[in-house]
Design a protein around this ligand. Structure first.
Ligand SMILES: [Zn+2]
Length: 98
């Protein structure tokens, strides 16, 4: 819930017009900002996997969606590391010097 910018009465988050006084409400475009933030958190977790784990436990209760993004970044970092290790392992077995 949020409050009317004109009369201060409690109105629905997606209300365009205040049902109490009829004044136009400014649109709250929070979703695109949220998505951008999630990508930022994902990249941070991808770059520093341990930060992703810390953020996961930090946001687990207050913001489960953000926690999920952080831990998925950590998982992606682990998967990438494993793939690189396997790739390097195969190369060394085949005697290829990188
Ligand atoms: Zn109002």
């Amino acid at each position: 819930m949020r409050y009317c910018s004109n009369c201060g009465k409690e109105i629905f988050d997606d209300a365009v017009v205040c049902p109490m006084c009829g004044s136009m409400q400014e649109k709250t475009e929070q979703k695109p900002v949220k998505d951008k933030m999630n990508i930022a958190w994902f990249i941070i977790s991808l770059a520093w996997w341990w930060v992703g784990i810390i953020l996961y436990f930090a946001f687990r209760k207050s913001n489960p969606q953000k926690a999920k993004v952080c831990i998925s970044g950590t998982i992606a970092a682990f998967v990438a590391t494993i793939i690189i290790c396997i790739f390097l392992g195969i190369c060394s077995m085949l005697g290829i010097v990188i």
